[in-house]
Design a protein around this ligand. Structure first.
Ligand code: NAI
Length: 416
């Protein structure tokens, strides 16, 4: 009889499902473009991030890594990575908020040459507390919407000391990771944590950007009635035309069974909304920071706070209404007890873009001025091509006459 083996290593499954990074490990493992460079990675420390770290290391980098969120670290992944030469951990599972801050500072004291960030925490700290490090850093890449917004604010204030690629804004990132990754992983984690059914329920999605669009679309696909709240009239109209109901949060608060925030903004669901909600409403946040649902207001309104199930905090209000907050209002797809973040296939493209950001800025050898830059389209295209390659299929190439036609504004040969 065949003997059943224990799980190989905590990165094995993610490695199987990240084929672009596997291709990069082979290709750049020979080229070793990062030889002699220290690359810092701040991200949610679970298996997929582990594969990015491993790939950077194979491409020659000495990698220093820290969490971008204290509660999303998987200890087994950190231990596995820490065994490798040229990879240094500034993380462990169960860190307090203070330990998280200290770990990021300790990492920066090691003077990285390049920073791959998630939420701009590490880059912001380098600028506010380690100016000598920020001065010498060659460049960075940022993978979140919230992080790019912070970087743009730094650029506006003229404090940014090195060039950073806005990886979040590339098509290969936000059309897939934000829309499909956040959509699927948020709903999966809400369903698993609560063991309840979305089908037939009313789901309120706050924000109809890339993430909100994915959440609303997939919730409807599961049979929910979807409502979108927005502050941008064009996004609201887009939601309307996509078939969702639109209304203000005051009105939505009264009818929602589930509330999911994905705005990148603060105080989206607050005291006045909690007071209108139905008994048993479930609240979850998918935005980067834990400020979208005002937990302090919930605490203030509650007569009693209980934990009916792991990952759920129940607030018993004075009038008998019970409101259920998931993952303490932190990113529900990354910090809940069952959370595993985005599916591996989608992180494969995001991390391939982060890898490309480091590759391109380092290859330019300090040729870029400080600032926030769009990632060159050719890199985005290259990752898309690699992705299609891994799907074992191909797409068409334009013919010569098609290329000419597209460039010819006179359309000489057209007949009307
Ligand atoms: P986005 O900028 O495309 O969309 C945000 C939308 O929220 C905009 O349409 C904006 O008008 C709307 N909004 C702002 N304030 C609002 C309010 N008070 N009420 C209703 N709508 C409001 O941003 P994207 O890419 O959708 O990201 C949203 C958040 O999700 C960010 O914090 C981002 O960092 C985070 N994110 C989370 C991920 C996860 O794994 N959970 C993955 C990717 C991004």
């Amino acid at each position: 009889m065949v003997e059943k083996r224990e799980v190989e290593d905590p990165l094995g499954w993610a490695r199987d499902h990240t084929p672009i990074l596997r291709l990069f490990a082979d290709k750049y493992g020979e080229e070793r473009p990062f030889e002699g460079y220290k690359i810092a990675v701040a991200s949610h420390l679970e298996a997929k991030t582990g594969i990015l770290i491993e790939t950077l290391n194979k491409a020659g980098a000495h990698v220093l890594f820290a969490p971008s969120e204290p509660k999303s670290t998987h200890g087994d992944v950190v231990e596995e990575l820490d065994k490798s030469d040229g990879i240094e951990a500034f993380a462990w599972e169960g860190m307090t908020d203070e330990e998280f801050e200290e770990a990021q500072h300790s990492l920066l004291e090691e003077r990285p040459d390049f920073i791959l960030d998630d939420g701009c925490e590490l880059i912001a700290k380098a600028h506010s507390d380690h100016p000598e490090v920020a001065r010498d850093v060659i460049g960075g890449g940022e993978q979140t919407t919230a992080g790019v917004t912070r970087l743009e604010a730094m650029e506006d204030e003229d404090v940014l000391k090195f060039p950073v690629y806005a990886v979040n804004h590339t098509p290969m990132k936000h059309f897939f990771d934000n829309v499909h990754g956040t959509g699927e992983s948020s709903l999966t984690n809400i369903a698993i944590t609560t063991n309840t059914m979305l089908s037939g329920k009313t789901v309120i999605v706050a924000g109809y950007g890339f993430c909100g669009r994915g959440i609303a679309r997939k919730a409807r696909g599961m049979g929910a009635q979807t409502v979108v709240t927005e502050i941008d009239p064009r996004k609201a109209l887009e939601a309307h035309m996509d078939g969702h109901r639109i209304m203000g949060m005051d009105e939505a608060a009264e009818i929602g069974d589930y509330f999911i925030t994905a705005t990148g903004n603060r105080d989206v669901i607050r005291r006045r909304h909690f007071k209108r909600m139905k008994d048993g409403a479930i609240l979850a946040n998918s935005g980067h920071f834990d400020v979208e649902i005002v937990v302090e207001d919930l605490e203030d309104l509650a007569e009693e706070i209980t934990t009916p199930k792991e990952g759920i905090t129940r607030y018993h209000l004075e009038d008998g209404t019970k409101l259920n907050l998931l993952a303490e209002g932190r990113l529900v797809n990354l910090t809940g007890p069952y959370s595993q973040g985005h599916p591996a296939e989608v992180m494969d493209t995001t991390f391939a873009m982060m890898f490309m950001a480091a590759y391109d800025i380092i290859a330019r050898d300090r040729g870029l001025e400080p600032g926030v830059y769009s990632v060159p389209d050719r890199l985005d295209r290259e990752v898309a091509e690699r992705k299609i390659e891994t799907l074992d299929t191909s797409i068409d190439s334009p013919t010569e006459s098609q290329n000419e036609y597209l460039k010819d504004w006179k359309h000489k040969e057209s007949s009307f």
